[in-house]
Design a binder for this molecule. Structure first.
Ligand code: MG
Length: 268
C-alpha cells in the first residue's frame, strides 16, 4: 500500500516536472511579424509600473500620472520662458489662484525643456466675460514644437472658420465635433503627438496628431500637411527632433492649469 502510494506520488512529481510553467510566458511559440518577439514571449520586458493621475473637475485641476513631466501645477512658471528680442526672460503671465493667465503684450511662453513624441494634458478656460467674436474671442493655442497649433478658442456659440475653432489643427482639420464648454469653464485637451522625422532636408515621416477634447475624441491620428500659419498652406521646414512647446499669446486673457507631458518611448 505504502509502495503504491509512493509510486503514485513519484508519477505526479514526474508529470509536474515535465509540465513547463507558462505563467510568465513561452519560448517556443511562433514569432510575431518582425521576428523580434514570440507570441507571449517570456523574455519580452513588461511595461513600467506607474501611478495613475486623477480626472479634473470644474473646481479642481486633474493630477498627473507619476511618470509625467509636470510643466505647470498652478504654483510657478519655472518650466517656462518668454523670448524678448531672442533672449529668454521670465514670463510675465499672471499667476494666481492655481492658474496662469495670458497677459496682453507679455508674449507667448515656451517650455525650457524640448520634446519630440509626447502625450500632453492641458486644462484651459476662455474668459468668462465674452468679448470680441470669431478668432478674437478667447484665442490662444498649444503650439507643438512651437509650430503645429492645436487651437484654443472660445467656440461656445461663436462661429468662425471650421479649421480655426477650438480643438482644430489650425488651418488644416476642424475637430470631429464641437464639444466646447461655456466661457469661463475649465476644459481639457489630451493630445497625442508624433513628431515629424527628417533626414537632412528631406521629410521622411510627417507629424500625426490625436486630440481628445473634454473626454471626446475630436482629432483621430491626423496627418499634418505641415506647420499651421494663418491663411497660408502649411509646409514642413526641417527642424531638430525635439523642440519647445509653446502656449500662444493672442492678446486675450485665456487661463491654463495642470499642464503635463509624457515622453512616448516605445519598447517594441
Ligand atoms: Mg490660436
Amino acid at each position: 500500500m505504502v509502495r503504491t502510494l509512493l509510486a503514485a506520488l513519484f508519477c505526479l512529481g514526474a508529470v509536474s516536472a515535465q509540465t513547463p510553467d507558462h505563467t510568465l510566458g513561452y519560448d517556443n511559440t511562433p514569432f510575431l511579424p518582425g521576428g523580434k518577439w514570440r507570441v507571449h514571449d517570456v523574455s519580452r520586458p513588461r511595461p513600467a509600473v506607474i501611478t495613475p493621475g486623477s480626472e479634473s473637475s470644474p473646481e479642481k485641476a486633474g493630477k498627473a500620472p507619476s511618470d509625467a513631466i509636470v510643466l505647470f501645477d498652478g504654483t510657478d512658471l519655472s518650466h517656462w520662458v518668454t523670448y524678448v528680442k531672442g533672449q529668454p526672460t521670465e514670463p510675465k503671465w499672471k499667476l494666481q489662484n492655481g492658474y496662469m493667465e495670458v497677459v496682453d503684450g507679455a508674449g507667448s511662453i515656451d517650455t525650457k525643456e524640448k520634446f519630440g513624441d509626447i502625450q500632453m494634458h492641458v486644462e484651459w478656460a476662455s474668459p468668462s466675460e465674452v468679448k470680441g467674436k470669431s478668432q478674437d474671442r478667447g484665442n490662444s493655442g498649444i503650439l507643438l514644437m512651437g509650430r503645429y497649433e492645436v487651437q484654443v478658442l472660445d467656440s461656445y456659440d461663436n462661429p468662425t472658420y471650421a479649421d480655426g475653432q477650438a480643438a482644430s489643427l489650425y488651418g488644416q482639420y476642424p475637430p470631429l465635433v464641437n464639444v466646447s464648454r461655456k466661457p469661463g469653464e475649465w476644459q481639457t485637451y489630451d493630445i497625442f503627438f508624433e513628431a515629424p522625422r527628417f533626414e537632412g532636408d528631406k521629410l521622411v515621416k510627417p507629424a500625426f496628431v490625436t486630440v481628445v477634447h473634454n473626454g471626446v475624441l475630436v482629432q483621430n491620428h491626423r496627418q499634418l500637411v505641415g506647420d499651421t500659419p494663418h491663411a497660408k498652406l502649411g509646409t514642413y521646414k526641417p527642424h531638430p527632433a525635439e523642440l519647445a512647446l509653446q502656449l500662444q499669446n493672442h492678446h486675450e486673457p485665456v487661463r491654463y492649469r495642470s499642464v503635463w507631458v509624457r515622453r512616448l518611448v516605445s519598447q517594441d
